[in-house]
Design a protein around this ligand. Structure first.
Ligand SMILES: *[C@@H]1O[C@H](CO)[C@@H](O)[C@H](O)[C@H]1NC(C)=O
Ligand SMILES: *[C@@H]1O[C@H](CO)[C@@H](O)[C@H](O)[C@H]1NC(C)=O
Ligand SMILES: *[C@@H]1O[C@H](CO)[C@@H](O)[C@H](O)[C@H]1NC(C)=O
Ligand SMILES: *[C@@H]1O[C@H](CO)[C@@H](O)[C@H](O)[C@H]1NC(C)=O
Ligand SMILES: *[C@@H]1O[C@H](CO)[C@@H](O)[C@H](O)[C@H]1NC(C)=O
Length: 569
C-alpha cells in the first residue's frame, strides 16, 4: 500500500555564541546534565505534546505517519546536549517515542545538530537538511541526512553521508555564526530545488536563497529572497504558498495565479515571530510583502503569546497546511529543573489565508475533537456589568470551550487613543478588572473557586474615528499566587481585524493544566499562555464567563467539553 508522505520539522532555537550566551537565552552549564529528580505531575499537560521529562523546544510527520522531530536535551531540563528527538503518530494527537534521529557524530556536526527541515523528493523519498555546528565558536554549516531504510514505516535510522557533507558552508560575505535553519525546499519549473537559510548582516535580518538540482550541490543566489532592516537574526524562516480561493493547503512548490506566499521569521532578539503575506517572483527569486503587511516588529504574528520557532508543512492526506509551534516556559531554569521538564508543543493548527487576503487564519486540527467528552452548553444567557457565571460539569483544568458572544449596540465602545500601538501594553493597562464600555467580556480560565487566581481571556472594543478596534487579551498576571521573581506572567494581547456588523465575537480556548491556548474570531488572532496556578489545579480549577463592561453581553451559545488525555509517550 502506498501511504501519503508528509514531513514536518519544527524549528529549534539556537542561541549560543562564542561567549556562550546570546540574546534572551540563558545557558546554565551546571544544570545541563542534571537529571530531573522528580517530575511535576500537577501542571503536566494532558493533551499537549511534551516529552516525559527534560527540555524540549521544537516538533514533525511521514508515510501515513506524522513525525515529530524536536530539539531535546536527553540529559537535563535546560538547554544543552541537543539532539533531534523523534516521536511518531498517525493522528497528530497520540504519540510514540523513538530513539533520537540525528545526533552529533561527525566532524560537520560534532558540536551540535540544530534546526532544519524535511522535504519529500518525488521518487526518492524524504531528505533532511539541518544546521551542523563544527567548532566551539558555533560555526554553522548546512548538512544532509537521509533515511537508512526508506521502507521502514517509522524511519528510525538516519544517515549523513560523508561524501556530501556539509552541503553548504558560509561563503565570503555570509556570517558563519549567524547562518542556520534551512527551510523545506520547493521545486521550480527550471528543475531546481530552492531553500532559504536564516541569517543577518549587522542588524538587517535576511533569508538567503540557495538552488540545487540534486539536493547535494547548492549554489547561493546573488540576493537574499528578502531582508528587513533592524530585525536582527532571522531564525527558522518558513516560506510557503497559500490559496486565494480556498482554505485548503498547498504543496510548498505550488506557484501561479490564485496563490500568495507567506514568509515567517522568528526574531532572535525578542523571541517572537512575525509574518508577511506577499508575492513571490520566481524569475528574480524575490519575495515582496503586500503593502497591507507590515514588514518588521509591528507585523502580524501567528500568536501573541508564548509561541516561537514554528514550522508549517503540507499534509497531502487531508490537503491542509499545518503549523507547529513551540511554547516556552514561564518560569526560571531552576524551576524547570525542579519540574523536570520545560517546553511543550502547541496543538497543531490548520492554517489558511483569510478571505481578505491580508492575514492568516488558524484553527486547531480537527483530530483534536476526538478527545472531547461530556459536553455542557449554555445558550442565550445575558451578562450585565459585573456578572460572572460558572460553567459547571466539565474538568475545567483539561477542557475545550467554544463560545459566541453577541451585543445589541456598539455605542458604549470606549474611544480609542491612536497612541495605543501595542496591543500587549494596552492589555496590561486595561485588564479584566478595569470596567469598560463594550467589554471586557470573555472567559476566566484556570480560576480558583473564589477567584484568587484566574487567567482571563477577553475582548474589549474601542471606537476609533473610522472604525472599531477589537482587542483580545490573555492575562497571566493573576494566574498564580506564586511570587518567584523570575516567573514570567505577562498580559499578552493582540488586535483582531474582524467585521462587527453582526455584533458577534467568538472565542475558543484550549485549557490544559498549565497552558491556555485561545483563538479569537474563529482563529484570526491567537494567544498561547503558560500559567502555573497554585490553587486552580486539577479538580480545584474552575471556568467562568464574565462581563465587566456597561453594555450587556449575551452568550448566544457556548459548548464546553472535558478533554481526554492523549497518549504522549
Ligand atoms: C555574525 O553573527 C554573530 C552571531 O549572531 C554576531 O555576534 C556578529 O556580530 C555577526 N557579525 C557581523 C559582522 O554582523
Ligand atoms: C519565553 O518567551 C518569552 C517571549 O517569547 C520571553 O520573553 C521569555 O524570556 C521566555 N522565557 C524563557 C524562560 O526563555
Ligand atoms: C497597495 O497595493 C495595491 C495593489 O496591489 C494598490 O491598489 C494600492 O493602491 C496600494 N495601497 C497603498 C496604500 O499603497
Ligand atoms: C470586574 O471589575 C471589578 C471592579 O473593578 C473587579 O473587582 C473584578 O475583579 C473584575 N472582574 C474580573 C474578572 O477581572
Ligand atoms: C453557535 O451558533 C453558531 C450559529 O449561530 C454556530 O455556527 C456555532 O457552531 C455555535 N457554537 C457553539 C459553540 O455551539
Amino acid at each position: 500500500m502506498v501511504l501519503p508522505t508528509v514531513f514536518v520539522l519544527v524549528c529549534f532555537l539556537l542561541l549560543i555564541n562564542n561567549n556562550g550566551v546570546d540574546a534572551f537565552h540563558e545557558i546554565h552549564p551546571h544544570l545541563q546534565s542534571v537529571s530531573a529528580v522528580s517530575v511535576n505531575q500537577l501542571h503536566r499537560t494532558g493533551y499537549h505534546f511534551q516529552p516525559p521529562k527534560h527540555w524540549i523546544n521544537g516538533p514533525m510527520y511521514y508515510n501515513g505517519v506524522y513525525h515529530l522531530f524536536y530539539q531535546y536535551n536527553p540529559k537535563g531540563a535546560v538547554w544543552g546536549n541537543i539532539v533531534w528527538a523523534h516521536s511518531v503518530s498517525t493522528d497528530l494527537i497520540n504519540w510514540k517515542p523513538l530513539e533520537p534521529a540525528i545526533y552529533p557524530s561527525k566532524p560537520f556536526d560534532k558540536y551540535g545538530c540544530w534546526s532544519g527541515s524535511a522535504t519529500i523528493i518525488p521518487g526518492r523519498g524524504p531528505v533532511i537538511l539541518y544546521t551542523g555546528i563544527i567548532d566551539e565558536k558555533n560555526t554553522q554549516v548546512q548538512c544532509y541526512a537521509e533515511p537508512e531504510d526508506a521502507s521502514d514505516p517509522y524511519l528510525r535510522k538516519w544517515v549523513k553521508p560523508d561524501a556530501y557533507n556539509p552541503v553548504i558552508v558560509a561563503q565570503e560575505g555570509v556570517n558563519g555564526s549567524a547562518f542556520r535553519d534551512p527551510t523545506t525546499a520547493w521545486l521550480s519549473k527550471d528543475g531546481h530545488w530552492r531553500i532559504l537559510v536564516g541569517s543577518r548582516r549587522k542588524h538587517r535580518g535576511m533569508a538567503y536563497l540557495y538552488r540545487s538540482r540534486d539536493f547535494i550541490h547548492w549554489i547561493k543566489a546573488k540576493h537574499p529572497i528578502h531582508s528587513s532592516g533592524k530585525t536582527g537574526m532571522w531564525e527558522c524562516p518558513d516560506f510557503y504558498p497559500v490559496s486565494l480561493q480556498s482554505i485548503q493547503g498547498l504543496d510548498t512548490s505550488v506557484i501561479g495565479d490564485g496563490v500568495k506566499h507567506v514568509l515567517k521569521n522568528s526574531l532572535d532578539l525578542t523571541r517572537f515571530e512575525y509574518y508577511t503575506v506577499g508575492r513571490y517572483f520566481p524569475n528574480t527569486d524575490r519575495y515582496v510583502p503586500d503593502n497591507t503587511s507590515e514588514d518588521g516588529w509591528g507585523g502580524l504574528r501567528y500568536d501573541y503569546g508564548n509561541f516561537y520557532a514554528s514550522k508549517s508543512f503540507f499534509d497531502p492526506s487531508k490537503n491542509r497546511r499545518i503549523l507547529w509551534g513551540w511554547a516556552n516556559e514561564s518560569d526560571s531554569e531552576y524551576d524547570d529543573k525542579n519540574k523536570g521538564w520545560a517546553g511543550i508543543q502547541a496543538i497543531p493548527r490548520t492554517i489558511w489565508l483569510d478571505k481578505s487576503g491580508k492575514q492568516l487564519v488558524q484553527w486547531p486540527i480537527e483530530e483534536l475533537n476526538t478527545l472531547r467528552e461530556e459536553e455542557v452548553k449554555m445558550t442565550n444567557q445575558k451578562f450585565h456589568k459585573g456578572d460572572y457565571v460558572e460553567v459547571k460539569g466539565i474538568t475545567s483544568a483539561q477542557a475545550d470551550v467554544e463560545v459566541t458572544f453577541t451585543f445589541s449596540s456598539l455605542d458604549e465602545a470606549e474611544p480609542f487613543d491612536p497612541s495605543w500601538m501595542n496591543a500587549q501594553d494596552l492589555c496590561a493597562m486595561k485588564g479584566s478588572e478595569r470596567p469598560g464600555g463594550l467589554g471586557p467580556f470573555g472567559l476566566l480560565t484556570l480560576a480558583s473557586e473564589n477567584l484568587h487566581e484566574f487567567t482571563p481571556v477577553f475582548f474589549r472594543i474601542f471606537k476609533a474615528p473610522n472604525k472599531y478596534v477589537v482587542l483580545m487579551c490573555s492575562d497571566a498576571r493573576s494566574s498564580s499566587l506564586r511570587q518567584e521573581d523570575k516567573m514570567y506572567k505577562p498580559s499578552f494581547g493582540g488586535f483582531v481585524d474582524v467585521d462587527l456588523s453582526d455584533k458577534k465575537l467568538s472565542l475558543r480556548s484550549l485549557i490544559d493544566h498549565s497552558v491556555v491556548q485561545s483563538f479569537g474570531a474563529k482563529g484570526k488572532t491567537c494567544i498561547l499562555s503558560r500559567v502555573y496556578p497554585t490553587l486552580a489545579v486539577q479538580s480545584q480549577a474552575h471556568l467562568f464567563v464574565f462581563n465587566n463592561g456597561t453594555e450587556p453581553i449575551t452568550v448566544e451559545n457556548l459548548s464546553a467539553w472535558s478533554m481526554k488525555s492523549s497518549e504522549l509517550y
